[in-house]
Design a protein around this ligand. Structure first.
Ligand code: ADQ
Length: 468
């Protein structure tokens, strides 16, 4: 069986406390895939070096081989903090107002992709499958082809693909998208992102999309399809029934003193719609004064990407907004928002999810959103909580039995909280059963098998689909 080479911006080596530790679900899943296919996980170490040497740090932990490189400070500024997080991330989340276009970001992005390609190419054997992840590394496949690689190379985008009308605001957008034609298989989370990609290919590149998912542009043929990512359901349910989870659950419930808990868990990012969520919750408190003192919002949001100015600004805004709402409504024995800026191990999170009667997962735009699925997985089947989910999260296409809301509308968020508070147990169980079926069946193991097998099925190296 061919090996699998996973390439992503950061590499997360498995640790012995594994799933129950601080590792994200995706890294646990990719580590499992690498063990199964005996591969290598390549990426940036997260460390900076004076000048780029191309030195590869090879390590083997718990059956997984990782290969990491250090980057120069300028690389990190231009490629990671710059083009990836100040240009592509906002643009792909429909925030063209926040997207910054700076020539140095673009050249840094291409330079680092080239560095990745040069360093990883010698590690790749002729029949390895290569799987590139996410917006940091869009042109990597084309760079690998330039180095003569004829392997099957796939790409998976973890964030939304924006509508063509927005994408054309990116300088050199055609250059970026044309570089993707070097892949054999491009994966998105949902049909919606896939449709936007098809539209761009037809409208801007004059390509053709065939009914079987084959894309043809000039003499290039490749496949693109939707593969909705899931969580490791089995592992998460185990984590949720661990002693750590039970202790976290009991600690939170005890501190709630009988009040209903509404939970939000997100990286602190403007795409997650936290300010809009707080405003929706405030509207709920305004309109339902009988519920004041009966409920509180626990928002867990560890800061991310602190080097990027917009993230500092959003942190300040949220500190101020939560403070204002608390100042406006708090009583001597009740605070409406508990706003916590730190991360928690997965098992503890699972306990918190289970203790919460309602989850508010209201991103303004999200490729998928795994928190929504984790919340569903952690519930007590006899007395499950209610998921309030943004219709603009990829997860909304699968979790149709959540209370779907427009995250920009305070009124919709407020009404949904009121409806969730009053929802009878039978209805909660009926909705939860429908959702957990999809969370269980379309889990992360299903996702990676579906993707890897589709990649394996693509034609040898040249991007043509397999012969019928
Ligand atoms: P993210 O934007 O990071 O992922 P999400 O899918 O919700 O968003 O995943 C976040 C993960 O981090 C979850 O597993 C969650 O439990 C964990 N997490 C969040 N806050 C935490 C906290 N306070 N403590 C501990 N853990 C915390 C990107 C895309 C998503 C896409 C994923 C996977 O933006 O749309 O679903 O990749 O493809």
């Amino acid at each position: 069986m061919s090996r699998l080479i996973v390439i992503s911006n950061r590499v997360s080596a498995p640790t012995s406390h594994g799933a129950a530790g601080a590792q994200g679900g995706l890294s646990v899943a990719l580590a499992a895939a690498l063990r199964e296919y005996r591969g290598i996980w390549f990426g940036w170490s997260g460390q900076q070096t004076e000048s780029f040497t191309g030195h590869i740090d090879l390590q083997r932990n718990l059956g997984v081989t990782t290969a990491t490189i250090d980057l120069e400070e300028q690389d990190v500024d231009e490629y990671y903090n710059g083009y990836a997080n100040r240009t592509l991330w906002p643009l792909f989340h429909y925030r063209i107002d926040l997207a910054e276009y700076d020539r140095s970001f673009g050249s840094g992005y291409e330079r680092v992709n080239h560095r990745f390609a040069e360093t990883v190419a010698p590690l790749i054997e002729p029949d390895d499958l290569v799987w590139v992840h996410d917006y940091h590394l869009i042109p990597l496949g084309a760079q690998l082809r330039e180095m003569g690689l004829t392997n099957r190379i796939g790409f998976f985008l973890h964030i939304p693909w924006p509508p063509a009308r927005l994408l054309v605001s990116l300088p050199f957008h055609q250059r970026l998208v044309r570089s993707m034609l070097a892949y054999d298989l491009i994966g998105f989370h949902t049909e919606e992102w896939l449709d936007s990609f098809h539209h761009y290919v037809e409208r801007e590149l004059g390509g053709t999309v065939h009914p079987d998912g084959t894309i043809e542009v000039g003499d290039r043929r490749l496949k693109a399809a939707a593969f909705p990512i899931g969580i490791d359901h089995k592992e998460f349910v185990e984590a949720a029934s661990s002693d750590t989870a039970r202790a976290a659950h009991d600690r939170l419930l005890k501190s709630a003193e009988g009040k209903h808990i509404v939970i939000g868990v997100d990286r602190l990012d403007y795409s997650k719609g936290l300010a809009e969520r707080f405003e929706g919750y405030r509207r709920f408190l305004e309109e339902h004064d009988n519920c004041r003192g009966q409920v509180f919002l626990l928002q867990i949001a560890p800061p991310s990407r602190g080097e990027v100015h917009t993230y500092e600004a959003i942190r300040e805004d949220l500190d101020e907004l939560s403070g204002r709402i608390n100042g406006e409504f708090a009583e001597v024995d009740w605070v409406p928002i508990r706003y916590v800026n730190q991360g928690y191990p997965r098992a503890e999170l699972a306990g918190f999810y289970r203790a919460a009667k309602i989850a508010l997962v209201t991103p303004l735009r999200d490729g998928m959103n795994l928190v929504a699925k984790e919340y569903v997985a952690a519930q007590d089947p006899e007395d499950p909580g209610v998921l309030i989910l943004s219709r603009f999260a990829g997860a909304a296409l699968q979790l149709k039995d959540a209370l779907l809301v427009n995250p920009y509308s305070k009124d919709e968020i407020s009404d949904a909280i009121a409806k969730a508070m009053a929802m009878p147990r039978e209805e909660r169980i009926r909705r939860w059963k429908a959702m957990v079926e999809s969370v269980r069946n379309e889990d992360v193991v299903w996702w990676r098998h579906a993707y890897v097998e589709a990649l394996r099925g693509c034609g040898e190296g040249d991007g043509s689909p397999p012969a019928p």
